[in-house]
Design a protein around this ligand. Structure first.
Ligand SMILES: NC(=O)c1ccc[n+]([C@@H]2O[C@H](COP(=O)([O-])OP(=O)(O)OC[C@H]3O[C@@H](n4cnc5c(N)ncnc54)[C@H](O)[C@@H]3O)[C@@H](O)[C@H]2O)c1
Length: 367
């Protein structure tokens, strides 16, 4: 898998205490990497990090990416072979409440991490995670391509568009000439999966409510999102790292890549919740309550994934129902049984996902 390139490598994951960073850390550990993490906090229970005991799998550093000196010192000491930068303020609503904090973390934090990588003496691969929201969303019905305009009408989206510009600048001004650091930026949309307990995200809101026997409140039932299981973009990020390290047909250094579901697989919030409710064995329409939202969020956002397909032969693995099932299974294991070891369960889901990918002939899983 991934040409075995992560085995015995030093891999730094920023945002390792978060949802995507936690899953990525466990997957990297399974691939034989020595995993290091940088995050500014460990979220209280429940969090994937605590529930799945991810601290037992990584060398964890609690530090703020807004602090350049900390980044220089920690990253300089680790001298990672790979960096996956995920640390961010990722919630649209929080960015409306506190735009400057979001700009500092998502823009200057990214610049600080890049600056620390620039000063490492040895070669390093950097995979920089931004978002589908980095695009100027003009609400058109087709998917955004990597060459479309960056933008952001709300503070979170603007912070991710700006992070993309900084990444591009570091590539063109420094890394391209030096050749020592190889870099790509990767853009994905809303991911779902076990262990997300963030506020103001629909899937965590859902399971939090259902676990207590409450209704879930839906702000924008008809918004379509490119829903994916968290392991889908992570497979793309890992393949990006692999191809930067070991180029195949195409030189992907300095490029940006979208990872998303097939374009014909765009479901509304309501479609998703209905499917999750079926798996939660609580099929009662009564568990959904629709209310209007109080802040603007884009209604339509799709990614075009042709570039990832052509350059990397990357494809999504799970269909919509499998995505919902993986997600519900995880929360059921957590909420409905005291017996389950969630570290083992999470690792087993990664193995199960790999088996499905192999069965479907997905390239990264085969060699
Ligand atoms: N979850 C999604 O649906 C989604 C969609 C698109 C893009 N993304 C992007 O993926 C990345 C990970 O998202 P997530 O859902 O795992 O978020 P999360 O909130 O679960 O985790 C964020 C992580 O970043 C860390 N962090 C935040 N501020 C920091 C700071 N100042 N210094 C150091 N660490 C800091 C947190 O401690 C945590 O470990 C983010 O860049 C996010 O914007 C997420």
């Amino acid at each position: 898998m991934f040409n075995n390139i992560y085995n015995n490598k030093k891999v730094l994951v920023t945002g390792h205490t978060g949802f995507k960073g936690g899953w990525l850390s466990l997957w990297l550990k399974q691939l034989g990497a020595k995993v290091y993490g940088i995050s500014n906090e460990v979220y209280p229970d429940p969090s994937l990090y605590k529930v799945s005991e991810i601290n037992s799998q990584v060398e964890s550093h609690i530090a703020d990416i807004r602090d350049l000196n900390s980044m220089l010192s920690i990253i300089g000491k680790i001298e990672p072979d790979f960096v996956f930068h995920l640390a961010a303020q990722p919630i649209v609503k929080i960015a409306f409440d506190n735009p400057l904090d979001t700009f500092n973390t998502n823009i200057m934090g990214t610049a600080n991490v890049l600056e620390a990588i620039r000063r490492i003496e040895k070669p390093c691969i950097a995979v920089m995670i931004t978002s589908d929201k980095c695009y100027d969303n003009v609400e058109w019905p087709w998917g955004y391509k990597e060459t479309d305009h960056l933008g952001g009408k709300d503070p979170y989206s603007a912070s991710k568009g700006a992070a993309e510009l900084i990444i591009k600048t570091y590539f063109h001004s420094f890394f391209k000439k030096q050749g020592k650091i190889k870099i790509a930026s990767v853009r994905a949309g809303n991911v779902i999966g076990g262990g997300d307990w963030a506020d103001s995200r629909i899937v965590p809101d859902c399971f939090r409510a259902w676990a207590k026997g409450d209704k879930v409140i839906i702000r924008s039932p008809n918004s379509t999102r490119p829903w994916q299981h968290v392991l889908e973009p992570l497979s793309g990020y890992l393949q990006t790292g692999q191809l930067l390290y070991n180029p195949d047909k195409v030189n992907i250094n300095g490029e940006a890549y979208n990872f998303g579901p097939p374009t014909d697989q765009n479901y509304t919030v309501l479609d998703l919740l209905r499917q999750l409710a079926i798996n939660w064995d609580n099929q009662n329409a009564d568990i959904l309550q629709i209310e209007s939202g109080d802040f603007p969020e884009s209604g339509l956002l799709k990614l075009n994934i042709d570039k990832s397909l052509f350059h990397m032969e990357w494809k999504p693995t799970l269909n919509f129902n499998e995505t919902a099932k993986f997600t519900s299974d995880w929360y059921q294991a957590y909420y409905k049984s005291n017996e389950v070891n969630m570290l083992d369960f999470t690792k087993d889901q990664i193995s199960e996902y790999i088996i499905v990918a192999q069965r479907k002939g997905i390239l990264w899983s085969l060699k």
